[in-house]
Design a protein. Structure first.
Length: 203
């Protein structure tokens, strides 16, 4: 004969089992929902990347305090810069004037230097002012920049740099040709970061 105490314990045991089963089911459902939510976010992020047209320059570029961001990572930016058609053309011209005979990577690197200066608090706040800052880029001083017509490689190199391609580090602010430069102050006072073609880059 089963006592009331035994019946009570059996009832409590069944209730506990049902509770544990319900808890486990709810936990599994919550984990599945979380996995599905992450998958949806990942898919949305992938779609956002796919919609970025890498063949055309962006209308805005994005920065943190220390680096230029790609368009896909713009949500991490601490500030952004609206790019005008005039400044885009100036970027094409300075890259052509400085790196016409240089490897493609060197063209991207020249664009990187201009954008690094734009980001830095130690240089002017617009691309135009960076390029025309006194005694900084020799093609501006000698008039070569006004005479050149940007070729396809120069235009493409600028576009890729604006989209975040980097051939030199974000703290690279100088470059020169050691064989052609008349003023080697940068070479004697700054740290070399990379050599590309005839250009040596410094930070």
């Amino acid at each position: 004969m089963i006592s009331r105490l035994q019946m009570k314990k059996q009832g409590e045991s069944k209730t506990s089992e049902r509770f544990q089963l319900l808890f486990t089911r709810n936990l599994i459902a919550a984990e599945q929902a979380l996995v599905q939510q992450k998958a949806v976010k990942a898919e949305a992020a992938a779609e956002a990347v796919e919609t970025i047209d890498m063949s055309h320059p962006p209308n805005q570029i994005y920065f943190t305090r220390t680096e230029l961001l790609s368009q896909a990572n713009k949500d991490q930016a601490t500030w952004n810069y609206v790019l005008t058609d005039e400044e885009l053309h100036l970027l094409h011209k300075i890259v052509m004037a400085e790196a016409e005979g240089e490897p493609y990577e060197g063209k991207v690197a020249v664009a990187n230097v201009v954008l690094n200066r734009l980001r830095s608090a130690n240089y002017p706040d617009t691309i135009k002012e960076v390029i025309y800052q006194k005694s900084q880029f020799s093609p501006v001083q000698n008039g070569r920049m006004d005479r050149v017509t940007p070729n396809e490689d120069s235009i493409r190199a600028v576009t890729e740099a604006l989209h975040g391609r980097k051939e030199v580090s974000d703290d690279t602010y100088y470059f020169l040709s050691l064989s052609l430069a008349t003023d080697l102050t940068v070479a004697h006072t700054k740290s070399k970061t990379k050599e590309i073609g005839n250009h040596t880059f410094y930070k």
